[in-house]
Design a binder for this molecule. Structure first.
Ligand code: PLP
Length: 421
């Protein structure tokens, strides 16, 4: 058969252009990362050809002896990484984080049951109860929030809402929040009202794997994650749960939600989980965390404060910084475009109590995982933080843009991405 460039030059051209974009710009979208070559290779393998409905050893198709090996490796490695020595059950088949959450909820809830999750506008995910997401349509949603003064999740409100609404499920987890959650406190609140606890660690799973963030597994009935954020693997989802929920979770995933699992992606998950147990990975997560702290500190300097920039919660304990631009002359969209113009990719993000509409917003979410994967260390992150601070200043003009773009190009060249490609 012909290779991609021959069989489909249009797609090949777009793929090549995307590689060039990733190599030549600085990726600071907090939910993104660069999968290593081994992961790309597994995901691009012949395993994509195989049907394997069912689970290892119990398939509805013949010829599954090799994909069984791969899926069992992924299961065992996930358990070893997040719940070593335990009888935690693992399902590695969800195609995405959203599907992992849908399966977790299907395993624990009936349509119409009440769930309590973090408001989307305060950092929660779509699947935690947004109105037109499956979670908002199937379940009766109550949302908790962050405190207006501190920016921290208001645990007193969580407790009050739980007592008032008696949800069947409480969801702890976030897409845009710069601090750690108190899983033990969530557990206590859930127990007090006989609710189950789901922790969605999609964003911070890599930090958990590296021992740099509290592990939610001992506290939660079910933990879900994506595999492509801090964890640095292929796009996908994983569910970990207490052994008594194993059957319900498995049947919620298949046949509840999907047919054939993506065994090529599961192979790539297995590779990523093996890498996540390495010292190199732990070092990368340490640099991720330090980079985010450096950025938070830089954006808290007087020159940034004078420009109306505020770091939400005053800093970070994780891989991202939330920037509040309510008092800046820039809105979220303008700030995102400004950084894009100098070669830094971030996403605009609503801040809690945001006065602007969701397509504009008054904030930025800036993450360090992808640059840490690229090899960025303390000096590089200090330079990136300076570039971002300079780009967000009110005196930014064409000559600043030119200078900052050159500094970004230098950083990109200092840490080549996918040189083999
Ligand atoms: N959960 C959280 C906390 C997330 O931030 C995300 C992704 O943004 C998801 C779940 C969904 O993952 P996916 O995009 O793979 O469906």
């Amino acid at each position: 058969g012909a290779d991609l460039a021959t069989v489909d030059p249009e797609v090949a051209k777009a793929v090549a252009a995307e590689l060039d974009r990733q190599q030549s710009t600085l990726e600071m979208i907090a939910s993104e990362n660069f999968a290593p070559l081994g992961v790309l290779e597994a995901q691009g393998s012949v395993l994509t050809n195989k049907y394997a409905e069912g689970y290892p050893g119990r398939r509805y198709y013949g010829g599954c002896e090799h994909v069984d090996v791969v899926e069992q490796l992924a299961i065992d490695r996930a358990r070893e990484l997040f719940a070593p020595g335990s009888d935690t059950h693992v399902n590695v088949q969800p195609h995405s984080g959203a599907q992992a959450n849908a399966a977790a909820m299907a395993a624990l809830l009936q349509p119409g049951d009440t769930i309590l999750g973090l408001d989307l506008a305060h950092g929660g995910h779509l699947t935690h109860g947004m109105r037109i997401n499956f979670s908002g349509k199937l379940y009766d949603v109550v949302a908790y929030h962050v405190d207006k003064e501190t920016g921290l999740v208001d645990m007193a409100e969580v407790e009050r809402l739980a007592a008032e609404h008696r949800p069947k499920l409480i969801i702890a987890g976030w897409s845009a929040y710069p601090r750690r959650l108190d899983f033990a406190a969530f557990r206590r609140i859930a127990d007090a009202v006989d609710a189950k606890l789901l922790v969605d660690m999609a964003h911070f799973a890599g930090l958990v794997a590296a021992g740099l963030h509290p592990n939610p597994v001992p506290h939660a009935d079910i933990v879900t994650t994506t595999t492509h954020k801090t964890l640095g693997g292929p796009r996908g989802g994983i569910v970990l749960c207490r052994p008594e929920l194993a059957k319900k979770v498995n049947s919620a995933v298949f046949p509840g939600q999907q047919g054939g699992p993506l065994e090529h992606v599961i192979a790539a998950k297995a590779v990523a989980l093996r890498i996540a147990a390495s010292e190199e990975f732990r070092d990368r997560q340490r640099r991720t965390l330090e980079g985010a702290k450096t950025l938070a500190a830089r954006l808290s300097h007087p020159d940034c404060v004078a420009a109306g920039i505020r770091v939400l919660t005053g800093g970070t304990d994780v891989h991202l910084v939330l920037v509040d631009l309510v008092r800046s002359t820039l809105d979220g969209k303008q700030a995102e475009d400004r950084l894009h113009s100098v070669g830094i990719t971030v996403n605009r993000n609503a801040v809690p109590f945001d006065p602007r509409p969701p397509m504009v917003t008054s904030g930025l979410r800036i993450g360090t995982p992808a640059l840490a994967t690229r090899g960025f260390g303390a000096d590089d992150f200090a330079e990136v933080a300076d570039v971002i601070a300079a780009a967000l200043r009110p005196d930014f003009d064409a000559s600043t843009e030119h200078e900052l773009r050159a500094r970004v190009e230098l950083l990109a060249r200092r840490h080549p991405l996918y040189p083999e490609l």
